[in-house]
Design a protein around this ligand. Structure first.
Ligand code: TYD
Ligand code: MG
Length: 447
């Protein structure tokens, strides 16, 4: 019997050999290698018996700290027994650094940690470890690309946590496809999931993702693992954001903020200061928004630059804000507030490389653009909050209280807010409730 088969991901067609095009449904590049299913055991399986709801025991999870409070926060409070976590991110963002720092802290805390390095040699890992002052002898390093061998080593060593760097570098010996292919990545992950579920040992897998998502591997894993966290940031900035995208054991969307320095990653408990650090205060086109990322409020700067009337079709470029949302806001500014933007180039950027996708940011985007067009800055100490509707109305935002408290903490004393928030009281912040975009422009002295 064949040890592996090729299965079309479109129609389910199975074949003993690979085809570039599925013979059944004609889909291209759709056949993925899978291990042949083991023969079904003879005899009837025992009938499972359901239990009445009150008799179902609540899970009493004991979480283990990763040693990095920002990482713990993203996971929902630490590692859960038997959980499998995928850390995705572009090469160079700092996944191996995060893993090694966490491995070191876990080992220092008395846990036996197995670090499976399939990509780098132990010497390369050591080089990184020296910078990070890794010492513990409870941290075990295994240079291995064979999944079954790594799992066997983890069992023998009695590892309490297993780290795999990376899932694209390891392979299952019984599949013929190359490491990093969809079939290998998926089956390798499934075997580590098997280890985690059978032994209760948490497993962290690293997966590389490029900006355009061209290495599809880790995407195909998202439903296999319990938690998916994305490590974001670019080489030109020191800060890194760890974001939960899926979490069976905690809130998704939670973020952790780190700064990459000479001696590795350090957690940043109060990120607002970092994102506002290099703000061009007092210059036109700069607006400050009190955003909420996960459970945590965060002040960020939205910048806009409005150009002279353009020849041909004007350009609209946005970084960190959805392009469709920007187009909508500009159209509302034009039609409902009479701003002459239709013929001009408009560039919008969220400083620090952050991505903001909540409608509460609309007012900051609109006022940044209006401020740039007018050539006048938004007054000092102002923060702006509100969703903008197509009629130019300013709509309410979630968690206003938390946002304003954070604004006050960082030194903002005036907030333009939706009219619905007129009765909110936050010490240190005076509110300017507005019903319409035109009122917001007047409140910021831009009308
Ligand atoms: P790395 O963890 O190797 O990234 P990944 O595993 O995601 O590919 O980190 C890569 C970058 O981080 C590299 O450019 C060097 C930098 N770095 C620091 O700036 N300081 C440090 O202490 C370490 C260990 C790495
Ligand atoms: Mg790496």
């Amino acid at each position: 019997m064949a040890r592996s088969i090729f299965v079309c991901q479109q129609c389910g067609y199975q074949s003993a050999k690979w085809y570039g095009r599925c013979p059944s449904c004609d889909a291209w590049e759709a056949l993925v290698e899978e291990p042949a299913a083991p023969p079904r055991p003879r005899g009837a399986a025992p009938t499972p018996s359901p239990r009445p709801y009150p008799e179902v025991a609540a899970a009493d999870v004991v979480r283990t700290s990763t040693g990095l409070p920002e990482f713990d926060r993203v996971l929902g409070g630490g590692l859960v027994p038997g959980a499998v976590i995928l850390i995705g991110g572009e090469p160079g963002v700092g996944k191996s650094t995060l893993l090694l720092q966490s491995a070191s802290a876990l080992a220092e805390g008395g846990c036996t940690v197995l670090y499976v390095t399939g990509e780098e040699s132990p010497a390369q890992l050591k080089l990184r470890g020296e910078r990070l002052s890794v010492r513990s002898d409870r941290l075990l390093v295994l240079a291995e690309t064979d999944v079954d061998a790594a799992i066997e080593a983890a069992r023998r060593a009695g590892a309490g946590v297993v780290l795999v760097d990376s899932i694209q570098a390891v392979r299952c010996g019984d599949l013929s496809s190359v490491p990093g292919s969809v079939g290998q990545v998926r089956e390798s992950a499934a075997r580590f999931v098997g280890l985690a579920k059978a032994t209760g040992v948490p497993v962290i897998l690293v997966g590389h993702v490029t900006k355009d998502g061209s290495i599809a591997g880790p995407r195909t894993l998202e439903h296999v693992v319990d938690t998916v966290v994305q490590f974001e940031g670019d080489r030109h900035h020191a800060h890194r954001i760890l974001r939960a995208q899926k979490n069976r054991f905690g809130p998704s969307d939670e973020i952790g903020v780190f700064s990459m320095g000479e001696r590795g990653l350090s957690g940043i408990a109060n990120p607002s200061e970092i994102f506002l650090a290099e703000r061009a205060e007092g210059s036109p086109g700069s607006a400050v928004l009190a955003a909420v990322e996960g459970s945590r409020p965060l002040l960020v700067e939205v910048q806009a630059l409005v150009g002279e009337p353009a020849h041909g079709s004007p350009r609209r470029t946005s970084l960190g804000i959805d392009g469709g949302r920007l187009a909508l806001i500009l159209a509302v500014l034009q039609r409902r507030a009479g701003l002459d933007l239709a013929s001009r180039d408009v560039f919008v950027n969220v400083a620090g490389g952050l991505t903001i996708d909540e409608p509460a940011s609309d007012l900051a985007v609109a006022l940044a653009a209006a401020s740039s067009l007018a050539g006048r800055p938004i007054p000092r100490g102002f923060t702006l909050l509100g969703e903008i509707g197509l009629a130019g109305e300013v709509r309410s935002v979630s968690r206003l209280d938390a946002r304003l408290k954070e604004a006050a903490r960082v030194g903002f004393d005036t907030a333009i807010v939706p009219a619905s928030a007129h009765d909110v009281v936050v010490p240190g912040v005076s509110l300017r409730p507005v019903r319409h975009l035109t009122e917001a422009l007047a409140a910021a002295s831009l009308a």
